[in-house]
Design a protein around this ligand. Structure first.
Ligand code: NOJ
Length: 447
């Protein structure tokens, strides 16, 4: 089988500001919701905080050199809102602008295009205090931020992403284990709704600029759930609920079809968690985007009997299996179904894909990441198959360039193809770095 990808296929790596930059109190940066949240004892496993992270605020050149070593032709990164506008609104921070100008100049020199996300979870804390996304004024605050970004970097970015994984804002407001740490589902639904309006308003602003080369889209992660037994109503109900009320359906439906799905509407009414919706919101949200970025990690099979058994074993302190099962061979099916279900008629990207090394401490073992190579190899083969079947995927971004601050998992989940020594900040290529460089060189998987 020949796994060559189309000419001009984009091979990239992805990171996000809060996870790699550090420099928390440097260069005029304001605090983010995650800076504050992560300093509350007990929020982050192992107690890791993102104050320094990979120190990309100072080590940009090293990051770019790594990308050159890999041979990637695109870099997906995010702007830090509190670095650009420390208080969320008002004064723009010239040092913040200068930092990203430097990054873009370095990328340009290396022949690497930019794929930049406006919001990858790090909200200025000053706005969190005012209610964050739950406050409808957010639409104005966000639009102002987007305007500053476009004024400064508009045509220098080939792919603009408004939001990365909006589900994180839901999790942070409904489940409590992401910033800001609230457990209020009704509030979280309002946050999600306002966030989608911010997206739509930003796309409108972007269109008014008539850029020649820059494009705009959004990234929604898809962890599709399937019932283990399609005849078992319990499995079927579990999968539908996961996809529609706490998954991709919450976003893809309003973005591509307009309005919330019948399922989600019924659920929100029943649970009394319906957000306030203003007239015109759904038209605003459903702007035509230039591309859709799908973050893909895994597919989940809902097997109620098995879940009950595991829960029982766990509560008895038994030897339950907590390693996830991977069903990446279903990516092909997932892509086809998502494109069909939501009538997605724009090009797609796999905007993130990767595998964590969990709780490992031995450096040599971490560097020898054959398991990651096997996982990535499988995903790329299935992706290739989907593309052969007609799905228009233009690029693939590996998460992540280097081990970094993995949100609530702190530094205990290592997703990098470069190892980060969080003491010395040294970066060392793992086995997968050479493997990925080979994939890029071959424009696909070697036979
Ligand atoms: C999703 C997020 O966008 C990214 O920030 C995170 O680190 C990876 N997936 C891995 O969990």
């Amino acid at each position: 089988m020949n796994y060559t990808f189309p000419e001009n296929f984009i091979w990239g790596v992805a990171t996000a500001a809060q996870q790699i930059e550090g420099g928390m109190r440097e260069g005029g940066r304001g605090l983010s919701n995650w800076d504050v949240f992560s300093h509350i004892p007990g929020t982050i496993s192992g107690g890791g905080v993102p104050d320094v992270a990979c120190d990309s605020y100072h080590l940009l050149d090293r990051d770019i050199a790594m990308m050159k070593e890999l041979g990637v032709n695109s870099y997906r990164f995010s702007f830090s809102w509190p670095r650009i506008i420390p208080d969320g609104t008002g004064e723009v921070n010239p040092e913040g602008i200068a930092y990203y100008k430097k990054l873009l100049a370095g990328l340009k020199e290396a022949g690497i295009t930019a794929n930049a996300t406006m919001f990858h979870w790090d909200l200025p804390y000053a706005l969190q205090v005012k209610g964050g996304f739950g406050n409808r004024d957010m639409t104005g605050w966000f639009l102002n931020y987007a305007k500053v970004l476009l004024d400064n970097f508009g045509e220098d970015i080939e792919y603009w992403v408004t939001f990365n994984e909006p589900i994180a804002t839901f999790v942070g407001n409904a489940k409590g284990f992401f910033a800001p740490g609230l457990c209020d589902e009704a509030y979280a639904r309002q946050c999600c709704h306002n966030l989608l309006v911010c997206h739509g308003e930003t796309v409108k602003l972007f269109r008014s600029r008539n850029y020649k080369n820059a494009k705009i889209g959004i990234v929604v992660d898809v962890w599709k759930h399937y019932p283990a037994d399609p005849e078992n109503p319990e499995d079927v109900a579990a999968a539908a609920a996961a996809n529609e009320t706490e998954g991709y359906g919450m976003y893809l439906h309003p973005l591509f079809l307009g309005g919330y799905s019948r399922y989600l509407n019924a659920y929100m009414k029943e649970q009394d968690v319906m957000p306030d919706i203003m007239s015109g919101d759904f038209e605003t949200i459903r702007q035509k985007v230039d591309f859709y970025g799908m973050n893909f990690y895994n597919v989940l099979i809902d097997d109620s009997a098995k879940q009950r058994r595991l829960a029982a074993e766990q509560s008895e302190g038994g030897n339950y299996q907590n390693r996830p099962e991977y069903h990446t061979e279903l990516l092909d099916k997932v892509l086809k179904e998502i494109v069909e279900e939501y009538g997605i008629d724009v090009p797609l990207f796999i905007s993130e894909n990767g595998l964590p090394q969990v709780g490992m401490t031995d450096r040599e073992a971490i560097l020898d990441d054959q398991e990651r190579i096997d996982y990535l190899d499988k995903v790329l083969k299935t992706l290739h198959k989907a593309m052969q079947g007609g799905i228009d995927v233009r690029g693939y971004y590996l998460w992540s360039l280097m081990d970094n601050f993995e949100w609530s998992a702190g530094y205990e989940h290592r997703f990098g193809i470069y190892y980060t020594d969080f003491e010395t900040l040294e970066r060392i290529p793992k086995k997968s770095a050479a493997w990925y460089a080979g994939v890029i060189r071959h424009n696909g998987l070697p036979e």
